[in-house]
Design a protein around this ligand. Structure first.
Ligand SMILES: NC(=O)c1ccc[n+]([C@@H]2O[C@H](COP(=O)([O-])OP(=O)(O)OC[C@H]3O[C@@H](n4cnc5c(N)ncnc54)[C@H](OP(=O)(O)O)[C@@H]3O)[C@@H](O)[C@H]2O)c1
Length: 160
């Protein structure tokens, strides 16, 4: 088995690599690195490192060669914003609602944090249904169901 982890040097990707390392050897895990320099330590640890840039199609074929399967790690169900708000209301004890805004307004709301446009593009993708795909791949890889959003928040919510 060979698994390539995209975004492997990021917050989520690093954790996925760490978890996979518990059951696979480093030569079974390929690091898909946007900036291979950030993966130097992983390369030293024996992982294969391949340059992978979503915006540069020429990098995708070499990085994903030898694969027979692509996995989508997701929750078991896709949660609309209103359901997320209901879960957060229950867990936090505070009434949390959802009020749709325009993409431009969404970008403005988060601009001060420095990633308004990036988050707005995800907001738009969500509205277009592009983030609602689910799969059983998490179960296939780990042998257990992903933690539900409600259980995760109940275990980790810390009121200020
Ligand atoms: N963390 C969260 O709370 C959260 C919540 C919702 C959704 N997400 C989504 O989950 C994904 C991972 O999140 P994260 O927190 O791990 O983000 P992150 O720490 O910023 O990591 C993103 C990773 O993607 C790589 N990357 C950036 N541009 C790329 C490109 N053009 N082609 C290939 N790889 C590229 C980055 O490499 P470089 O650093 O070298 O550019 C980095 O390894 C993102 O799509 C994020 O929007 C995260």
């Amino acid at each position: 088995m060979l698994i390539t982890v995209t975004g492997a040097t990021g917050h989520l990707g690093r954790r996925i690599v760490h978890q996979l390392s518990k059951t696979l050897s480093p030569n079974q895990i390929r690091i898909g690195a946007h900036n291979p320099s950030k993966a130097a330590a992983l390369m030293e640890a024996g992982f294969q490192v391949a340059h992978l840039d979503y915006q540069d199609p020429a990098t995708l074929t070499p990085a994903l060669r030898d694969h027979h399967q692509t996995y989508l790690l997701s929750q078991s169900t896709s949660l609309p914003m209103t359901e997320l708000a209901a879960i957060m209301t229950k867990v936090s004890g505070h009434q949390i609602g959802y009020q749709p805004v325009s993409v431009a307004e969404f970008a403005r709301l988060y601009r001060e944090e420095g990633d308004g446009d990036e988050l707005a593009s995800m907001y738009q993708a969500g509205a277009m249904g592009l983030l609602s795909g689910t799969s059983d791949d998490f179960w296939t890889i780990t042998g257990h169901a992903p933690t539900s959003m409600a259980d995760f928040l109940a275990a980790n919510y810390r009121p200020k």
